[in-house]
Design a protein around this ligand. Structure first.
Ligand SMILES: Cc1cc2nc3c(=O)[nH]c(=O)nc-3n(C[C@H](O)[C@H](O)[C@H](O)COP(=O)(O)OP(=O)(O)OC[C@H]3O[C@@H](n4cnc5c(N)ncnc54)[C@H](O)[C@@H]3O)c2cc1C
Length: 400
């Protein structure tokens, strides 16, 4: 293959992982590396990207260095899910989650890319256009010529519309939160009645990330803030000394999954720029890392056209199904109560049901096969809890 230059716009998890995999595959640290170059353009090196920073067990399993280096992150085992009316389900994760500050995580991933031989360029890319068979990128600090461009600029990147249609407002969740200077070992999630979103408190090494997300159209920012303040007051999270954050989170609707376009002639989208986020939970770091890796592998094989199909097969199809299930999860009713209320009810009483929830959180249960497993878990839960819950259920004044 003739020497190629890959330009990656954005040095978050998606861009950094694309770069590391490419640089490693081409052996850029070796003398005979074929003259290839991998350039990562990042405008805000070392920034604290608004994020919970939670990495599921699935991510830690695939990327063990993230578990090994969590000297700089927090490993969390204890979790509590709180139903809209306040009932709670506490459980211990069989495999811990890691929670990172994003400055630490991004720094770690970019350093690995650099050590593998990628070049990190501190610049903002303002625009790009075709030049011969490649691209000319216009940066604040200068122009760059590359053969293939990877957009890894996150959900807000305006460059996205140069490749594909913009996301629609229904493809986002709004988020708002605080970095609270406090310590805790408990991960807490609060659900709401008829509301597509949730509030969270994620412990990090020297503070907590406490925030809320809600699908666009559910609530205005003021409403989200109000819900979060009630959650914080109830559980004693103090916002007086806390730094505020707010950002968009991709949560593609069913139609957008159907129209997903990830690559074309000489370009590809990865991570949030591609919309690759779990539309129910908001987990995006794993999919950013993994999409970057899948793209890099396809580029190393000189078959970038295989990238979209591989994403779809490996996790796109499951996330698209998640978009279908999101409405049922947040709005649906089961045995006369909201699904999140029932999940907490059953989870608090039944070990089998709790296992399903644990697996979802750990990432070992995909949305494919979830329905069947839930029904199975439910049957076992009813057997385990005896008729108690059913009796209570039928005594409440509601329709089934
Ligand atoms: C409030 C909130 C909480 C979240 N919590 C979690 C969580 O707990 N766990 C989880 O898995 N996911 C979470 N997510 C999702 C997660 O943050 C994203 O999915 C993940 O960061 C995507 O990585 P990325 O590399 O695609 O994009 P980003 O992390 O957004 O990185 C994009 C990078 O590109 C750079 N950039 C953009 N444009 C340019 C340009 N023109 N030139 C140069 N550089 C550019 C930006 O500076 C940025 O560093 C959360 C998101 C939000 C908003």
């Amino acid at each position: 293959m003739s020497a190629r230059t890959i330009g990656i716009i954005g040095g978050g998890p998606a861009g950094a992982r694309t770069a590391e995999t490419l640089a490693q595959g081409w052996g850029l640290r070796r003398a005979a590396s074929g003259g290839h170059r991998v350039l990562v353009f990042e405008e805000k090196i070392g920034w604290e990207k608004p994020c919970g920073g939670g990495l599921s067990h699935k991510a830690l399993e695939r990327y063990p260095f993230l578990a090994e280096t969590t000297g700089r992150g927090t490993l969390v085992r204890d979790a509590e899910f709180v139903a809209p009316a306040g009932e709670a389900m506490c459980f211990r994760l069989r495999s811990p989650l890691a929670i990172y500050s994003r400055a630490t995580l991004n720094g770690l991933l970019l350093r690995r890319a650099e050590e593998a031989g990628a070049e990190i360029v501190s610049d903002r890319i303002l625009g790009l256009r075709r030049e011969n068979s490649g691209w000319k990128l216009a940066g604040r600090a200068g122009d760059y010529r590359v053969d293939f461009v990877v957009l890894a600029g996150g959900v807000r990147s305006r460059l996205r519309r140069l490749f594909v249609e913009d996301f629609s407002p229904r493809d986002f969740m709004l988020t708002f939160g605080y970095y609270v200077p406090a310590q805790s070992e408990l991960l807490r999630v609060q659900f709401y009645e008829k509301f597509e979103g949730y509030a969270w408190a994620f412990p990090r090494p020297d503070h907590l990330s406490v925030g809320i997300c809600g699908k666009v159209g559910e609530d205005r920012m003021a409403g989200l803030r109000e819900r979060l303040h009630v959650f914080m007051q109830k559980f004693g999270y103090d916002s007086t000394q806390a730094r505020v954050f707010s950002h968009l989170l991709p949560a593609l609707c069913v139609e957008s999954w159907g129209n997903l376009r990830l690559a074309g002639q000489g370009w590809a989208l990865v991570g949030d720029s591609a919309g690759l986020v779990d539309p129910v939970t908001g987990e995006g770091i794993y999919y950013a890392l993994r999409s970057g890796e899948l793209l890099a592998e396809a580029l190393l094989e000189e078959l970038p056209e295989l990238y979209p199909g591989r994403v779809w097969e490996e996790f796109g199809r499951a996330l698209a199904l998640g978009a279908r299930l999101a409405g049922t999860f947040y709005y649906g009713e089961f045995l006369g109560s909201g699904v999140t209320t029932r999940m907490v009810d059953f989870g608090a009483r039944s070990r089998k049901f709790r296992e399903v929830v644990q697996d979802l959180l750990e990432g070992s249960q995909s949305y494919l096969g979830l329905t069947a497993r839930l029904y199975l878990g439910l049957t076992r839960a009813l057997l385990e809890t005896g008729a108690g819950l059913l009796r209570e259920t039928f005594q409440r004044p509601h329709t089934i």
